[in-house]
Structure formats: structure tokens, C-alpha cells
Design a protein around this ligand. Sequence first.
Ligand code: FA5
Length: 342
Amino acid sequence: MQQQINAVWEQLSRELAAASDTAGLEQIRVAYLGKKGQITGLLKGLQKVSVEEKKTLGQLINQLKRRAEESIVQTQERLAAEELERKVLSAEKYDVSLPSAEKKGSYHPITLVQRDLEDIFHSMGFNVEDFSEIVDDFACFESLNIPKHHPARDMQDTYYLENGQLLKTHTSAAQNSIMRKYGAPLRAIFPGRCFRNESIDACHENTFFQMEGMMIDEDISISNLIYFMKTMLSEVFQRDVSVRLRPGFFPFVEPGFELDVNCQICGGSGCPSCKHSGWLELCPCGMIHPNVLRYGGIDTDKYTGFAFGLGLTRLAMMKYGISDIRDFNSGSLKSLSQFSAK
Ligand code: FA5
């Protein structure tokens, strides 16, 4: 009988080690400890042995029963832990390299327009430059032929830091530094965020984007300027849009122009987005003033150049038919996630 006891224990140990779920474990428990189970059968078998054997065998079978019960509890704990792990792996599994099953993010419409423009100008040989949002008075005004107390400063009030630096009012603030960095000849665009302390309405924000462009070389004229402006607009809109060029004053260009685009929101009949004029000021431009070239270390006997300051936020309004500029900074995903890259 002792051999039988050992054989039962070995068989039970093997079955417990192979058990893979709680339902299977319950079957094993019943097969050994249930009413008709093997260990219960061994206990019943004691009736047939002598009184002396009953004592020793009884101890051994009871020992077997206790070990069997303990092993079943341990197996139960092992299976519960394995099941939990399986659940976590299947239901809550994540892989940082996989795309999210949730709704994906999207690019901001200004980023989309900016990337389009960078591609267009890059293909025409322009460098794309980055520039700080915090600049000094020289970069934003003095180097652009706007000395202290010049009335043009009134148009561009901004936010000043305690150390005298300021948040740039226009991307033109990078002109001097880029001229000094590369010298002539030069082709560069530099998109960036601009800040102005002004009243907000459907087409004015205190924080908006511009994209400056500059081309300096021998014999650059207004014809070159008009060619690049036309190419840019037809590429961005991919459709015919009416534009008009009219004289404009900026101390850093001579002559200067305002390039307006026919309002794409109302089609030209007048609405709050175009201040009811049917046109939207989009891209002032002109031939770079010789003083500005000289501040930038450019030889004005040899080189001329043009510059433009495209209103990137307004361009995105016109391209995507967004009637209120305030939507761009609203953080409203409902409106801002409707646009996708080409
Ligand atoms: C300038 O900022 C000049 N630096 C542009 C320039 C560059 C002229 C190079 C000549 C040569 P202006 O203040 O007009 O110009 O702004 C340029 C464009 O930025 C505007 O036509 C408009 O599209 C956009 N813009 C200006 N102010 C705002 C504003 N508050 N909100 C949204 N867009 C604006």
C-alpha cells in the first residue's frame, strides 16, 4: 500500500504541474479528494488492513492528503496569477511603437500651410530659417530703418520684457541677423510666431504667424518679386484667386507694396473676415531699403533684393475657409482637427 501511496503522490504532482486552468484543477481535486477520489479510496482501504498497519499507513495517507490539499491551494494561486497576467496582456497591452487605437492627432492648419510654403520655396532654392520669438529693439526696429520715435512703431506695439527685450512683432526682425549670417547672394524664408498688443477681431489676433522671405542678388527687381509672389499663391491655393498690388509704406522697403487677396470667405462681397472690404491684406512686400542692406553688411553698389512678410495665419484662413482668426488659438479640437496634409 505504501507503494500505492507514493505512486498517487507522484501522479498527483505531475497532474498539478500540468494544470493550466482552474476548471482543470477542480477536476483533479475531485479525482483525488472527492468522495470517489483516489486518496479518499486509500483511506477507505484502511478498513482492510491490520490494526498495526492501520496506524502507520493511516499516518502516511493523512500526510498525503494534507500535502495534496496544500499543493492544490498552491496550484490555485499559480493559476490565478497566470490568468491575471493573461488578462493584462490581452486587454491592457500597449506597445509604444504601435499607432494608437484612439483617434489620431492631426496637424494644426497653420503647420499644414507653413509646410506647403516651405516645400514651394525650398524647390525654388530658398533656405528655411528659424528665429527667436524674443528679440531686441535693434532687430525688430532699428535695423529695419525704424529709429526710436518713428511713427511706424505705433502700428506695432508689443509686449516688453523687464530687460528691454520684446516679443517680435513681425518676422522682419530676423532680416538683419540672416543677412549677417549668409551675406549675399541670399534666398531665405523664415516663418515664425509674432505678437502685437492690439484689439482682437475676426481677422486680427495678438498672437499670429507670418512668414518672411528675402532674396538678395545682383539685378534683383520688382519683376522678380512679382514672379515669386504669383508662383507662391498659385501653388498654395491650387486654384485661381484674384490678387491686387497697391502701394504700401514700410520704412524697410522702397518701393513698398500691399498684396491683397480676394476674400475667400465671402467671395468678395464683404464680411467680418475681410472687414467688409472684399479684400484681405495678405502679403506686404517691396524692394529692400538700402539702409537695411547696409545694416546687414550687404554691398549696396552690387546687390539689391526684395522682401515680403506673408500673413501665414490669414493665408490659412483663406485656404481653408476659416472665417474667424480666433479659432486658430482656441484649442478647439473639433474645429482644428478637420484638416489633413495633402
Ligand atoms: C509687416 O509685418 C511687415 N514686416 C511685412 C513686410 C515684410 C513688408 C517685408 C515689406 C517687406 P504688416 O504689419 O502689414 O507688415 O503685417 C504683415 C501681414 O501679417 C499682414 O498683411 C497680415 O496678413 C498679417 N498680420 C498683421 N497683423 C496681424 C494680426 N494682428 N493678426 C493676424 N495677422 C496679422
